[in-house]
Design a protein around this ligand. Structure first.
Ligand code: BGC
Length: 378
């Protein structure tokens, strides 16, 4: 059992409160959350994936307006691409699907452009995650979904046409695989949208059917040794799989499948509470990611193990820099130490702060009742 003193708790709560303020202060006036304000390769861009989880953390912490404004931004990104989505849907229906290069981007500039830098762009997870986060936000705070209904409908249309295609994963890698975490995000989006009464009856039925098909795919080829696997047919685990258990809630935390997944992530990827992405990771030498410790903590908390969750929260807090910032990853334990320098040379020091790290810290702190949601804060 972890002994947590009152001053420890106050320190953790303080970091969570400062994280909310930091995220609010860095949010673009148009609603986008920068992935990292200073990191070379991320500067100027907002990701649907990072942003959806950031908004979920902010919503859970009671920063209602901040989360709503991010979802407004998502809605605008989608509405501006209405014609492209229609083209993608029509091509798919005609049996002549468009190539990956014609799919929607993964990240956008704050003003809504694709930007000039090449990126690993076809990733479906963010389009499911924002739908899930937006609907969870509306349900949590009793808000009408009218404001986001068009964006949700467009996302569902886009995902119905694309969800089963191989695409880049959360880490923007392995484009030839179908990733279980990605499917989890898409299922969460489909099931939330089908429940929320924003879809036309046909789209609602299609979303339900697609969610069932995706669940069937996972059950058939996305489970290995009783736990979720990194991609269909893989034997490995990935730290992102914790998120499918919590906060996404696609698999019941108490189920044997979720418990085995938590155990596998703990056993294979966690070193003293710092969680790696996957065993063959070489990005910045393959360090430990605060977001993944927090996702694992959320999964533990949902499964009833608050002690384990608290240990993971404390590990994440331990990555705070002298300036009070949380990084994307730390290099205390590297899986591929000889690959660290090449990334520093290419992109500079690790992204710090990473807003997603701060947000996941907040999300877990709320789950552990350490940061009382401030009610409905404008
Ligand atoms: C990570 C992505 C993330 C992006 C922005 C990438 O290095 O692999 O998951 O969305 O950074 O934070």
């Amino acid at each position: 059992m972890t002994i947590t003193t009152p001053s420890d708790l106050a320190r953790l709560a303080d970091l969570a409160a400062r994280s909310v303020t930091l995220i609010e202060s860095l949010q673009h006036e148009g609603g986008a959350y920068p992935a990292s304000p200073t990191f070379s390769a991320y500067q100027g861009y907002s990701w649907f994936r990072d942003g959806a989880f950031i908004a979920d953390g902010m919503s859970a912490a009671g920063a209602v307006d901040s989360a709503s404004r991010f979802f407004d931004w998502c809605g605008r990104m989608l509405a501006q691409r209405r014609d492209r989505i229609a083209e993608i849907v029509a091509a798919e229906a005609a049996g002549t699907p468009l190539p990956d290069e014609r799919m929607l981007a993964t990240r956008f500039t704050f003003d809504g452009e694709e930007g000039d830098d090449e990126w690993w762009d076809f990733q479906t997870d963010g389009y499911g995650t924002w739908v899930w986060a937006c609907i969870a936000h509306a349900e949590r705070h009793g808000l009408s979904l009218d404001r986001w209904a068009e964006g949700i409908r467009l996302s569902v249309d886009y995902l119905l046409a694309t969800w089963s295609r191989p695409c880049y994963d959360w880490w923007e890698e392995h484009r030839d695989e179908v990733h279980v975490s990605t499917l989890g995000c898409v299922i969460a989006g489909f099931e939330s949208a089908a429940r929320a009464e924003v879809l036309e009856p046909a789209a609602r039925a299609a979303a339900r059917t697609a969610a069932i098909e995706a669940r069937t795919l996972i059950a058939g080829r996305g489970v290995r040794d009783g736990h979720l696997a990194k991609w269909l047919g893989s034997t490995a685990v990935d730290g992102s799989l914790s998120a499918v258990i919590a906060p996404l809630g696609v698999f019941e935390a108490a189920s044997p499948l979720a418990r085995a997944t938590i155990r596998a992530v703990e056993a294979q990827l966690s070193v003293d509470g710092g969680v790696h992405r996957y065993l063959l990771d070489t990005f910045f030498g393959g360090g430990q990611w605060p977001i993944l410790s927090c996702f694992l903590g959320l999964a533990h908390a949902r499964a009833g193990d608050r002690d384990a969750a608290m240990r993971l929260l404390r590990w994440a807090a331990g990555t705070e820099t002298a300036e009070g910032l949380l990084p994307e990853q730390v290099d205390d334990h590297l899986l591929a130490p000889d690959r660290h320098a090449e990334w520093v040379e290419r992109w500079g020091p690790v992204a710090t702060p990473l807003l997603w790290s701060h947000a996941m810290f907040v999300r877990l702190a709320v789950e552990l009742d350490m940061l009382q949601p401030a009610g409905v804060r404008a």
